[in-house]
Design a protein around this ligand. Structure first.
Ligand code: PEP
Ligand code: MG
Length: 538
């Protein structure tokens, strides 16, 4: 491509061509210390200025963005955390030393946390530390902002700084640090800003590139500064095609999906965390095809009421559309400390999903109870993961019936959810008609990994793990056929249903219900609209 190409991790968005704007980290000076009273007063003022700024910013955003800012504002009000700072100042420390010391300590604790969500908080704390330091120095440092729509290039971009920049001026973001789960990545996804992170240390002379032309390509996971004219033209063409597709996708997003042959297709969404529906209009889908309930277990097994509240939120959001709740799918790529077994030689082939739930009777019954209760509020389906043998279904049905009988005996409101299975084990796919379930949902992520013997978390074998492998397609055909034979629904909730080529294959196999990642719904509907398939095909 010419120019300098930096390689990172593509987070979100389409290719974008725009001028580069390099945001440099500014070294903040050091206060000499004006005595305990003056330092105490200076820090208190810096904190209240920061709280005011965060609150003002929080009022302009919603959802996750507001949550991050509120978390920061609440910390600044935490007297327990601040206590050692005041003590250090009273003992003669300067305001910035005292503040930096306690914040660095907190940041280190979060950064060493076991879970990724916790670790992502460390970046929020760094952001907060620097905001207060800037206020303490009453400086304009860090206030360097683009004046035209640009690709921001920086080592890191704290969430609150990202939110302060006029979105119209941010064509894309390329960062040296960060991961797909960092908070700034989450915000970029929510705002639809193309982003590449994790590019490593930026070149020493990066600052001189402000104003150069840039190509940010999240799909290729690259950021190119100063590409040659041919590459720039090619990138512009791809950008125009992507914009055209995005416009069609946005037009179709909240319309019912129909093929060009006039056949309706049901499009559901996958929910990894209830907060993702905060900014979503339920009109974009025909329901929720998969709720990955693992989020509830991040800090150990949750109680019945807190689970009920999470499910209730989704059922109310769906407003009469069906909601498919999957029981805990721990193990394999989703280990949960304290719940999954330690020391298995191959956890992907071990006690995961339903196999684990059947050993954790108390936890399983609690989850089924919360699900049956929420079924009083709308159409709820229950789905069990990693089902292998036909005789695994009857014990689950018996448990569910016992839970419902208990709720009825105690006069607790409840419904009678359908019971379905995820089809993700090849042996189950090839004998699907033998399972006494009310619906099938094909988990192509696991089905492909088990059918092709390629671990889903191993990049080195990713090229072999293909949904269009004839062996995988035969399994999908077999499940679709079992659905027809038994007169029950067959959906697909694995990533293949979010991928345009996958959509073609699935429709050709006779699948008529797709459950996709929310961000992909528009594109899935574009692909459906382009399909020639009509009733009677597939
Ligand atoms: C799948 O395996 O395709 C699936 C949808 O479940 P998960 O990705 O949560 O394992
Ligand atoms: Mg799975």
């Amino acid at each position: 491509m010419g120019g300098t190409t930096l390689h990172g991790i593509g987070v979100t968005g389409d290719i974008v061509v725009a001028p580069v704007f390099v945001m440099l980290e500014v070294e903040l000076g050091q206060r000499t210390g004006a005595g305990p009273d003056a330092e105490d007063a200076a820090l208190r003022e810096a904190i209240s200025t920061s709280v005011a700024a965060l609150e003002q910013l929080a009022a302009t955003v919603e959802g996750e963005a507001a949550e991050i800012l509120e978390f920061q504002a609440v910390l600044l009000d935490d007297e327990d955390m601040l206590e050692p700072v005041w003590r250090a100042i009273a003992a003669g420390a300067s305001a910035d030393d005292a503040w930096r010391t306690i914040m660095d300590h907190e940041i280190a604790e979060y950064a060493e946390g076991e879970d990724e969500v916790f670790r992502a908080r460390a970046a929020d704390l760094r952001d907060l530390r620097d905001r207060v330091l800037r206020a303490l120095h009453a400086s304009e440092e860090g206030a360097d902002r683009p004046t035209e729509p640009s690709i921001l290039v920086a080592s890191d971009l704290p969430p609150s700084v990202f939110l302060e920049i006029d979105p119209a001026l941010v064509s894309g973001v390329a960062l040296g640090e960060g991961s797909r789960t960092s908070h700034v990545a989450l915000l970029a996804r929510a705002r639809g800003v193309p982003m590449v992170v994790g590019m490593g240390a930026l070149p020493d002379d990066i600052a001189r590139h402000t104003g150069a032309s840039g190509v940010l390509d999240p799909e290729a996971e690259t950021m190119t500064i100063g590409p040659d004219p041919g590459a720039l033209d090619a990138a512009r063409e791809r950008m125009a095609a992507a914009a055209d597709l995005a416009a069609r996708a946005s037009f179709l997003t909240d319309r019912p999906a129909l093929t060009a042959g006039g056949m309706p297709v049901t499009v559901l969404i996958n929910v990894d965390h209830p907060s993702i529906v905060d900014d979503l209009d339920p009109a974009i889908c025909d329901g929720i095809g998969l709720v990955r309930t693992e989020f509830l277990f991040e800090r150990g097994a949750p109680g019945e009421d807190s689970q009920y509240e999470s499910y209730r939120k989704l059922v109310l959001w769906a407003d009469g559309r069906p909601v498919t709740l999957r029981t805990l799918d721990a193990g394999g790529d989703k280990p949960i400390p304290g719940i999954t077994l330690d020391g298995e030689t191959n956890p992907f082939l071990g006690v995961r999903g339903l196999r684990l739930s059947m050993r954790l009777e108390e936890i399983f019954d609690t989850q089924l109870r919360a699900m049956a209760r929420v079924a009083a509020l709308g159409p709820v389906k229950i789905m069990v993961p990693m089902v292998t043998a036909p005789d695994e279904i009857a014990p689950v049905r018996t448990r569910l019936e016992a839970v419902i009988a208990d709720l009825a005996a105690r006069g607790v409101d409840h419904g009678h959810p359908q019971l379905g299975m995820m089809v993700e084990v090849p042996a189950a796919a090839l004998s699907a008609e033998l399972f006494d379930v009310d619906f099938y949902s094909i988990g192509t992520n696991d089905l492909i990994q088990y059918a092709t013997a390629c671990a889903r978390d191993n990049r080195d074998v990713a090229a072999l793990a293909r949904g269009d492998h004839p062996g995988v397609l035969r399994m999908i055909d077999a499940v679709a056929q079992a659905g027809v034979e038994r007169g029950v629904e067959v959906s697909v909730c694995g990533d293949m249903a979010s991928d345009p080529e996958g959509v073609d294959r699935l429709l050709a196999s006779g699948v008529r219900v797709l459950s996709a990642a929310p961000a992909q719904v528009g594109r899935v509907k574009v692909r459906i609209a382009e399909s020639k398939i009509s009733d009677g095909d597939g």
